[in-house]
Design a protein around this ligand. Sequence first.
Ligand code: TXA
Ligand code: MG
Length: 326
Amino acid sequence: MTARLISIAEAPREALEAAIAELAAGRPIAMPTETVYGLAADATNPAAITRIYETKGRPRFNPLIAHVADLGMARIHARFDPLSEKLAHAFWPGPLTLILPLRPDSGIHDLATSGLDTVGLRVPQGFAGEIIRAFGKPLAAPSANTSGGISPTSATHVMEDLGEKIGLVLDGGASDVGVESTIVKVEADGRLRLLRPGGIPAEEIERVAGKPLERPEKAGAAIEAPGMLASHYAPDAAMRLQAEAPLEGEAYLAFGPRPVPDREKAVFFDNLSPAGNLAEAAARLFAAMKAADRSGATMIAVAPIPGHGLGEAINDRLERAAAPRA
Ligand code: TXA
Ligand code: MG
């Protein structure tokens, strides 16, 4: 079996109908979101959720984000405190996931939440929102890639990785944001915690919240967002970060206008953003990592990337890609 590939721009109605048919039959589909492509299935259907885990080879203790059409639909499934509500108003639809207390009568299945009493909710932009609205139920959707690998930012990435395992891939072009959503949780005592840096810079969230985001403790801390285990987003090649220049035979990912010394030593060279723009670098990051990996180099060296704004998510993904493999 090879997945049917439908272009949303060319055939939006066909794309929507095919998506609804697959979802109603309990089968996962790959759909674009503004962050990365998601592998989406009915969050209330245990067989459908099981197929997501099987398709990705994902550990069952790692809960999925439930995607909803709007704040009204979100309220059916979770209880909102005032600060979470404020953040939802400010950033939805968009790349923000809120961890909230799950309503007992939500209908979102335990398999999607890994049995936690909380749920991660997000309202995606664009066609994904239309699919959810038409389907009428939340969609559980992790990134549409084999667990531990690099998240897909194009339909081609999904076809290469999962094309033989699923029935439908919707092509919405290259993902706008390019890194996954920012995950935050408001604790009962009002503290605001960052569980995963992502497509909305922490500074923007802090500005709306009027308080600082507490960063997760490093290694050894209890698994709060289990997907945030060290090794993730891993290419086949090893990674060398903060590299000012390539060594002989490396693939090299540059950033910004600075001329790169010894550029000719690299067997593969790309610049994530010649202008030094972090949004552009985030949007291009995963495709560039995949291309560097395909070059056959055994080491991918990456230039220093500033840590502010979207740079926090970029550096987080690079560090996970560089982490020792299980
Ligand atoms: O941008 C995104 O968020 C993409 C697109 C497809 O929406 N999705 C995505 O899903 O990145 P995934 O499954 O790769 O990452 C979900 C993360 C995991 O780290 C998981 O542990 C965490 O969310 N998570 C989900 N529910 C949680 C909960 N109740 N408490 C804490 N962490 C949770
Ligand atoms: Mg993922």
